[in-house]
Design a protein around this ligand. Structure first.
Ligand SMILES: NC(=O)c1ccc[n+]([C@@H]2O[C@H](COP(=O)([O-])OP(=O)(O)OC[C@H]3O[C@@H](n4cnc5c(N)ncnc54)[C@H](OP(=O)(O)O)[C@@H]3O)[C@@H](O)[C@H]2O)c1
Length: 333
């Protein structure tokens, strides 16, 4: 069974409204600059739902790595009255309503209790330390062990969503990148993330990869703290950064888990990559502290970093709660 998504459109005064198929608007978004978009409200927001398709209800979701993002996702899915299992070593930290798979994903073979009819999986395990071995355990070996367990159990997998990172892109001169850009990482982190993606591609499961940018949100306010403490520094030229609020990372995962026809790869960043210095100055203004100067000797420098585009995710129907850092940080201050 397939479902058409409808979007309710209100005019700027909220006086008139109309219902349109979402796909129609996804096409139009290409031509509308962000600032001139009509006021948007999602049908499910207005009706207290939040789910993409009601037909997903009743399925069994396993979130492996139910931490910062995974727990936010779990809360969305529990609210949708889905059966949600969270896998982590400190299972006592799982949110209410989530059933525990307690233990190490590297020992997935022996974990019990374990749901016996998993239909949807999100893999969002992060490494314990920042070295090659820890990365390989978290992203490659853990995923292999879990997929083996699910295969052994004969789990009726409808979807496996793997979280990786925009670190797979090696660009660093301000270039735009998206899902079509060849991933050519510059360090072991990006290379191991690509290995992880390859594990999923080689597995005989319906897989979707979401490459997240830097995650921020409640309790993850390092950038805000650095500006508040006057520790933030600007470079001589634009240094592009890409981020996503925790709630959008979780929202995008929920969206992709039950999307009727997802692509196999998405970039998960908000709608506006931004020069780090612009973010710092906006925050300094909001916090009422002195702005960092644009430093560096010898005049303006060239651009650094990369600009990641989440256009594919937007066109798939996902609407950001926090489309830019401004909305996201304003909610945290
Ligand atoms: N942070 C960022 O800015 C960023 C950017 C791009 C992508 N990502 C990726 O996005 C994903 C989600 O990130 P996050 O911030 O939500 O990570 P997180 O808060 O560190 O959550 C990851 C969870 O994985 C669990 N875990 C780690 N090793 C495990 C193991 N061997 N067995 C079972 N559970 C294990 C941890 O719980 P226990 O310790 O209780 O086991 C933790 O709760 C990760 O894959 C991360 O690498 C993060």
């Amino acid at each position: 069974m397939s479902a058409t998504l409808w979007e309710l459109r209100l005019d700027q005064d909220c006086k008139t409204s109309s219902l349109w198929p979402l796909d129609f608007f996804n096409g139009l978004l290409d031509f509308l600059p962000h600032t001139t978009r009509p006021v948007q409200a999602r049908w499910q927001d207005l009706h207290g739902g939040g789910g993409m398709e009601a037909e997903g209800a009743g399925e069994v979701v396993l979130i492996a790595g139910c931490g910062y993002v995974g727990s936010a996702l779990a809360r969305i899915l529990v609210k949708q009255e889905r059966e949600v299992w969270g896998l982590r070593r400190r299972a006592e930290l799982l949110p209410d309503g989530v059933r525990a798979v307690h233990g190490d994903v590297l020992e997935a073979d022996d974990l019990a209790p374990f749901p016996d009819s998993v239909s949807q999986v999100v893999y969002a395990i992060s490494p314990d330390t920042r070295d090659v071995e820890a990365y390989r355990r978290a992203y490659v070996q853990g995923l292999e062990r879990l997929l083996e367990r699910l295969e052994r159990d004969g789990s009726p997998l409808a979807r496996v969503v793997l979280v990786t990172s925009t670190a797979v892109y090696g660009e660093r001169s301000g270039e735009w990148v998206d899902e079509e850009t060849p991933a050519e990482p510059r360090d072991f982190r990006g290379r191991i993330l690509l290995e992880s993606e390859e594990v999923l591609r080689q597995a005989q499961v319906p897989g979707v990869i979401l490459r997240l940018g830097g995650i921020y949100g409640p309790g993850r306010t390092r950038t805000v703290d650095r500006v508040r403490n006057s520790e933030a520094q600007c470079g001589p030229g634009p240094a592009y950064t890409n981020r996503i609020h925790r709630d959008d990372a979780a929202g995008a995962l929920a969206h992709l888990l039950f999307h009727s026809e997802p692509r196999d790869l998405y970039v998960g960043v908000d709608e506006a990559p931004e020069d780090r210095c612009v973010v710092y100055r906006w925050l300094a203004d909001a916090l009422g502290v002195p702005p960092p100067d644009r430093g560096g000797e010898g005049g303006p420098g060239g651009a650094t970093g990369k600009r990641c585009s989440s256009r594919r995710l937007q066109r798939s129907g996902y609407r950001f709660v926090y489309p830019t850092f401004r909305e996201g940080y304003a909610a945290l201050l």
